[in-house]
Design a protein around this ligand. Structure first.
Ligand code: 5GP
Ligand code: ZN
Length: 113
């Protein structure tokens, strides 16, 4: 695990969070700087810097199944929500431990900024 990776520390329980969802592979928690009434980050506990470093289709599929559970737990399954993965500079990625943003609780504009 990279020594200074905040999300590795959250995944390992070294920085405590109130999990919205967790299992052996993933943990989900509220974003520090929410961009919507509901803004959750889902991270794999294992470190992958960006989406481009993920190889395992099983892991990626299970991440989306975890998103379904988060959506149900937070009551977004009917109204809908948005899932975003920012990748590298043009994607606006700031934390280089891959994560899925799960945004809801309001209508999402398109196109994104
Ligand atoms: P990115 O810009 O990389 O796609 O998203 C990183 C997100 O992580 C941002 O929305 C930012 O607010 C959030 N974030 C950064 N550090 C922390 C932290 O220590 N705790 C939580 N809960 N969110 C964080
Ligand atoms: Zn990490």
């Amino acid at each position: 695990m990279p020594e200074d990776c905040v999300f590795c520390k959250i995944g390992a329980g070294q920085i405590p969070v109130q999990p919205v969802y967790e299992d052996d592979e993933f943990v989900a928690f509220r974003d520090l700087n929410p961009q919507a009434p509901i803004h959750v980050l889902l991270i794999p506990r294992a470190h992958y810097s960006t989406l481009m470093d993920m190889q395992d289709p099983g892991l990626m599929g299970r991440a989306l199944l975890a998103v379904q559970q988060i959506a149900r737990a937070l009551g977004m399954e009917e109204e809908g929500f948005r899932v975003v993965v920012n990748c590298r500079d043009n994607g606006g990625q700031t934390v280089y431990h891959v994560h899925l943003h799960v945004l809801g609780g309001r209508f999402m504009q398109w196109p994104p900024g």
